[in-house]
Design a binder for this molecule. Structure first.
Ligand code: DGL
Length: 248
């Protein structure tokens, strides 16, 4: 199976990492729209337009499945992509919700959702969690984390200032934190430490393997997936950064 992975930039590599470990696909083609990242500050129409252009990118690659490794695109454009693409399209939000369900059974647990401005505005996570019976849900749009991760900043003073800026009003560490943007797993260690190591951190990469195995009846392969990277600008930069992140 030849699979496409799409994100606005480098964030989808957090999902790619889980997929590579699981050895589900013969070939994986990663595409990051690095010329136009971030998507999380854009409006609905723009996010949809950019996402449809990603389908054009994948057309000559003859993929069998497209994984939208971007919460922002999954929140706004998944249904449209599913309707337009001649192959199945899978987003990451369902997997994120599944990962939380697997780890947190207590419906009274405090859950904090961190996501981009657009994903936060869409309310996809709180809606899904409320419908499952979770009662204490907070959301913060931590938009600045995306450019920091794109810049290769995963720790240090600038990140700590951002944490203070976004988290100053939180007095008790939440029971669980949903990393509702695929860029955020790369700063998970710093987020965990900021909250004193007391919160469970959840991301979609954890559950997407399970979800894909079930939906597409995928066996585990004996050889690693063949991997290629593409981006809308500076191909070698994305590829280099991705290789570094995969080895972390
Ligand atoms: N990594 C993406 C997400 O999961 C998008 C981040 C952005 O481009 O703002 O939402």
């Amino acid at each position: 199976m030849r699979v496409g992975i799409f994100d606005s930039g480098i964030g989808g590599v957090s999902v790619l990492k889980s997929l590579l470990e699981a050895r589900l696909f013969e070939e994986i083609i990663y595409y990051g729209d690095t010329a136009r990242v971030p998507y999380g500050t854009k409006d609905r129409e723009t996010i949809i337009a950019y996402s449809l252009e990603a389908l054009e990118f994948f057309a000559p690659h003859k993929i069998d499945l497209l994984i939208i490794a971007c919460n922002t695109v999954s929140a706004y454009a998944l249904d449209i992509l599913k309707a337009q693409a001649p192959y199945p399209v899978v987003g990451v939000i369902e997997a994120g919700v599944l990962a939380l369900q697997n780890k947190v059974q207590d419906k009274n647990a405090s859950i904090l959702i961190l996501a981009t401005q657009a994903t936060t505005k869409s309310q996809v996570y709180p809606k899904a969690l409320h419908s499952l019976g979770y009662k204490h849900i907070d959301s913060i749009a931590t938009t600045l984390f995306v450019p920091l991760v794109e810049e290769g900043i995963y720790e240090g003073e600038i990140l700590q200032s951002c944490f203070k800026h976004y988290f100053h009003a939180i007095s008790t560490p939440p029971r669980a934190i949903i990393l509702g943007c695929t860029h955020y797993p790369f700063i998970a260690k710093a987020i965990r430490e900021y909250f004193g190591g007391e919160s469970l951190l959840i991301h979609s990469g954890e559950a997407i393997v399970e979800q894909l195995k079930k939906s597409f009846e995928l066996p585990t392969l004996s050889t690693p997936s063949k991997l290629s990277f593409y981006s809308s600008q500076n191909n070698s930069t994305l590829s280099h950064q991705a290789q570094t992140l995969l080895s972390l």
